[in-house]
Write a protein that binds this ligand. Structure first.
Ligand code: PMP
Length: 432
């Protein structure tokens, strides 16, 4: 099925949910930014292979050989999907969080890390052993580049440095100027890692063309829900560091010396950081999703998603109680991810009403990006976990038009019905 024909077939379309108002409706999954439904194609690929899995890199039998082959061809498929350069490594991890923690574990000594306060916690927090500079939220993509350049120019002495930046915000959906930030980083001798968790499902990501040193993303946001992620990019820091996990698979030779100590020779390939029996089904599903998106064609996927996004923006703009969160301005380019507050509504209650009365699944809260949401809401987004901050709607390749239409009808009907809970929803403040 090509994206031009409509939504790609995904699982979960047959789920029906009861409404508090009576009756039931098909579930409308509008929380793709948290986890996207599996593509039917991924499920079919996994179902065809799953009965035949064996141990990867560990057995001489036919099924071990098959699994080893599928694991390594999956790696090659992901490298192609990401536009890796010759010599780049693709390490299979559990998730984006795991990938960025892996990179944090292989930083050279005395590495400085630069990260915007607007990042998801997975990109903000892993750099614990390093000296971290947390940069202000920018007002525009150009401002982001200026802020980074200023911070890098101020840094001294010139040791190793890493910039970590998202490709698309998990809160506002806004696109970040990755190529320009990469150029700024490299001009100052720093490296850059792209958090592509929200970008890769919506947009082509080409490591070579963007000129980023690494990219990380998660399978479960890319229609492949089997607990796999990727860190891809430059081999040197990965090869020079101690293994992220020590154990079988990461070591080439282990010898006991006469004095009782152990000598270990670690692999220098991606296997160095993949100790233990690998998640071959996760890797295979992730590669299947990469192939499916490539075959569907990003041009058509983006065009369709942008049509849905335009409808969401126009529909929300007609509801006076709704304020859309944005750093770069209401018209800034974004993927199919958008957060908003509704005047007079507690965001958690609004999300609960969307679910109970319309069968729509969205997310509310601070989206694991507390500093960003605080900045967007002027410093008082409510309690983390209390779910009061904002409502996020997100969609993608499997979203039918009907889900968007139902969502907009629901917002139009619910928004004027204020005062159900505490009056926590406030219009967002402009970024100054
Ligand atoms: N970065 C961004 C921008 C995200 O949206 C997320 C997930 N919400 C992550 C990182 C972390 O991904 P995971 O939970 O799969 O590790």
């Amino acid at each position: 099925v090509s994206a031009a024909d409509g939504p790609l077939p995904v699982l979960g379309c047959d789920v029906r949910v009861p409404l508090v108002t009576g009756g039931e409706v098909p579930y409308a999954a509008l929380d793709y930014a948290a986890s996207a439904p599996a593509l039917q194609r991924v499920w079919d690929d996994v179902a065809a292979y799953a009965p035949y899995y064996g141990s990867v890199h560990r057995g001489a039998g036919h099924l071990s050989q098959l699994s080893t082959d599928l694991f390594e061809t999956s790696r090659a498929d992901v490298a192609r999907f990401l536009g890796c350069r010759p010599g780049d490594q693709v390490v299979f991890t559990r998730s984006t969080t795991d990938s960025l923690n892996l990179l944090a574990a292989v930083l050279p000594a005395d590495c400085r890390v630069f990260v915007f306060e607007t990042e998801h916690h997975a990109a903000l927090l892993p750099w614990r052993g390093a000296q971290v500079t947390c940069l202000d939220a920018p007002c525009s993509p150009e401002h982001a580049v200026e802020i980074l350049e200023r911070a890098l120019a101020d840094r001294a002495p010139y040791g190793p440095a890493l910039v970590c930046v998202t490709g698309a915000s998990n809160v506002t959906g806004e696109l970040w100027p990755v190529r320009e930030l990469a150029a700024a980083a490299h001009a100052h001798g720093a490296r850059i890692v792209l958090d592509a968790a929200q970008l890769a499902p919506h947009h082509p990501v080409d490591i070579a063309e963007l000129d980023v040193d690494w990219a990380a993303f998660s399978g479960h946001k890319l229609y492949a829900p089997f607990g796999a992620g990727v860190l891809a990019g430059r081999a040197d820091w990965l090869r020079d560091a101690e293994p992220y996990l020590a154990g079988g698979g990461a070591s080439r030779a282990v010898t006991r010396r006469p004095d009782g100590a152990l000598d270990v020779e670690w692999h220098t390939t991606a296997a160095r950081h993949e100790a233990g029996s690998p998640n071959v089904i996760g890797a295979y599903a992730l590669a299947s999703a990469c192939r499916a998106l490539t075959e569907a064609g990003f041009e058509a996927l983006v065009a369709r998603e942008q049509r849905l996004l335009a409808a969401v923006r126009a529909g929300l703009a007609e509801v006076p109680e709704v304020g859309v969160l944005s750093l770069f301005g209401a018209d800034a380019p974004r993927v199919g991810v958008l957060s908003f507050v509704v005047e007079g509504w507690d965001s958690a209650e609004f999300a609960a009403a969307l679910s109970a009365e319309y069968g729509i699944g969205v997310r509310d809260g601070l989206f694991c990006a507390h500093p960003l949401v605080r900045t967007l809401l002027g410093g008082d987004p409510g309690e983390c976990g209390g779910g009061t901050a904002a409502v996020r709607v997100s969609f993608g390749a499997g979203t039918p038009d009907e889900h968007i239409e139902r969502f907009l009808r629901a917002v139009r009907e619910l928004a004027p019905r204020q005062g159900r809970g505490e009056l926590r929803g406030q219009p967002p403040t402009a970024c100054s």
